[in-house]
Design a protein around this ligand. Sequence first.
Ligand code: PMP
Ligand code: GLN
Length: 383
Amino acid sequence: MRSKLPQVGTTIFTVMTRMAQAHNAINLSQGFPDFDCPAALRERVSFYLNDRRNQYAPMTGVPALREQIAVKVEDLYGCRVDADQEITVTSGATEALFDAIQATVGTGDEVIMFDPAYDSYDPAVRLAGGVPVHIPMRAPAAGQGWGIDWDCFAERITARTRLVIINSPHNPSGSILTRQDLDTLAALIRDRDILVLSDEVYEHMVFDGSRHESVLRHAELKEKSFAVFSFGKTYHATGWKAAYCVAPPALTDEFRKVHQFVTFTSTSFIQHAIADFMRDCPEDHLELPDFYQQKRDTFARLIADSRFSFTPSAGTYFQCVDYSAISDQDDMNFVTWLCKEKGVAAIPLSPFCADTPRSRVIRFCFCKDDSTLEAAAAVLREL
Ligand code: PMP
Ligand code: GLN
C-alpha cells in the first residue's frame, strides 16, 4: 500500500519500552513516572466514575474544568483567558499538537521546528501537506547549554512559513527558553503571517529558581500562539491522556474544527475529577520544581563518577548525557547494546533529528523512584 508517511516507523518510545520489557531492563527511556498521582485526585476519579459520568463530555471540555484552567493560567501567567472561547480540553497534548497543526498548515506551508524536536511534530506537519523545516539547536559547548540560533531561524523564514513550533522546557535536551528568546522570536515574526505552537507540557519542571516563560505571559506572542499543556505530566498520570490548548478565540475556533473530528471530546469522569482537584488543591503543582530538581540532582550525583559527561538539565524530567568516552557507536546501536547487554534502557536523539546528529548523546528519564535510579546508576558507573 502507498504510505502517507514512508519514512516513519514505530515511535522510539514504543520501540525502547518494548525492548526494555523484552530484556527485563531498567526503563529510563520512555518518559513516565514511577510514582502515582495524588490520592485525592484518584478519589475524585473513582467518585465520578461511580457517579456515572460516563457519557460524552461537551466537545470543548467540561465547563468546570475549563474554568479552573482559566484560574490557573491567570495565577501563573498573569493573563486572563476566556474559558469558553480560548480553552479546549484534549486527549493528551499529542492530540492538541496534532489539532493545531492540522488547523493551520496547508499544502506547501512551511513549519519551522528545532532539532532535536519531539517526534510527533514532523509527521503531523507532513499529514497536513506541509513542509517541515528542521533547524538544529545549538548543541552544548563550553559554558553554554542547548539553545536556539535565532540568526539561523531568521534566515530560514520564507513567504511560505506558516507556523513555528517551540518547546520549553525542552524534551529531550532539558533546556529552557528565556524571556529574551521569546522577545527575539516575537520580533522576527512581527508583521508576518506566522503562528506559534508552543509545547509547554513540562511547565512545572523548571529548576534552580528559573521561571517558566510561557507564551501566555508574552503579550505579543500570546495573540498568535497555541499554548499546549498536559495534565499527564503535572499529575503523574500520563496514561489518562488529559491535556488542553489555550489560544485566542479566532485560533481556538479553527482548532476546535479539527478537535471535534479527531476525538470530539475527552474522557468525561477524568475531566470532572481534575476540575474538583484543581479547585480543592490549587497549589499541588507548586511542589513539582523542587521534587523534580531533587530527582535530577540525585541522578546527577549517582552518575557523577561515570564516564558519561553532562550538564544538569534546566527543566523537564530528562537528562541528556554524552557517551563518547564510552563508545563510538551511533546512538541507536549504543542504546540497543545498553538495553540488551547491560540492562538499562535510554532514548537515542537521532529519531528527533532530520540530520543524524554527529554528537554522541542519549537521554535518560529520571522521574523514577530513587531505588530505580540507584540500580540504573550502578550499571552506568561500570561502563
Ligand atoms: N510534547 C512533549 C514535548 C512531550 O514530551 C510529550 C510527552 N508525552 C507530549 C508532548 C505529549 O503529551 P501527552 O502525553 O499529554 O500526549
Ligand atoms: N513524551 C514521552 C517521552 O518523551 C513519551 C510519550 C510517548 O510515549 N508517546 O518519553
